[in-house]
Write a new protein. Structure first.
Length: 219
């Protein structure tokens, strides 16, 4: 049967229309599937804020620092070495008419040490001014050591009426220790011991956490 041109055109139009409709349906389905996969990707999301990290506040505990200093006990921070010549004189009246004098010139080597008693250190802090105050006791002489093996006699004048004995040597040694101590102090041993002790204290305290926010002073 022969189909007219008009009928053919109608059939072609219907086919084209159905094809377009199918394509539209497929496109709509594809778009819907994509939305389902991505969820609400097309909806603006509120940016997630990064949790704010809290700043850790370190509290300086002065009691703990004090305990650390206490463990050091008496710390020798300066030593003075010496060789000194002394003269010991022993006088005596004989029969109230004449003097009987004995003399001993001698020398000893030795040392004098000085330092600070760290157990007596006290620490306080001022939060307003951000200052840590370290109350440091005054330096003091710790020991006077005499090397008895280094004993040398330079001259000895002994009266038969006033002889020297062991007690005289002991007395002279005590006088020598006293003189050595005074000499060390004259040479500034206490000042140097105090200065060195404060340097060590500042280094020690500054190593504790949180102290970098403070000014450390020794008084």
């Amino acid at each position: 049967m022969k189909i007219s041109n008009k009928t053919q055109n109608i059939i072609y139009g219907v086919i084209i229309g159905v094809s377009v409709l199918v394509m539209l349906i497929l496109c709509v389905g594809y778009i819907r599937d994509k939305k389902a996969e991505t969820g609400n990707a097309d909806i603006p999301q509120t940016a997630a804020l990064k949790p704010k990290e809290d700043k850790v506040k370190i509290t300086v505990n002065t009691e703990i620092i004090e305990e650390g200093l206490d463990d050091m006990g008496f710390l020798v921070t300066q030593e003075y070495y010496f060789t000194q010549v002394e003269t010991y004189t022993k006088e005596k009246k004989v029969l109230k008419f004449f003097d009987a004098t004995s003399e001993l010139a001698y020398s000893y080597d030795g040392s004098v040490t000085a330092g600070v008693d760290f157990e007596r250190i006290k620490i306080r802090k001022d939060e307003e001014t951000k200052v840590i105050i370290v109350d440091v006791p005054k330096a003091e002489i710790q020991t006077v050591s005499i090397d008895k093996d280094s004993f040398k006699v330079f001259s000895e004048k002994e009266s038969m009426w006033n002889k020297l004995n062991i007690s005289d040597y002991n007395d002279s040694l005590a006088e020598f220790e006293k003189a050595a101590k005074e000499k060390a102090i004259e040479n500034g041993i206490l000042d140097r011991a105090q200065e060195r002790a404060e340097e060590l204290i500042l280094q020690f305290v500054s190593k504790y956490q949180g102290t970098s926010d403070y000014r450390i002073v020794c008084e």
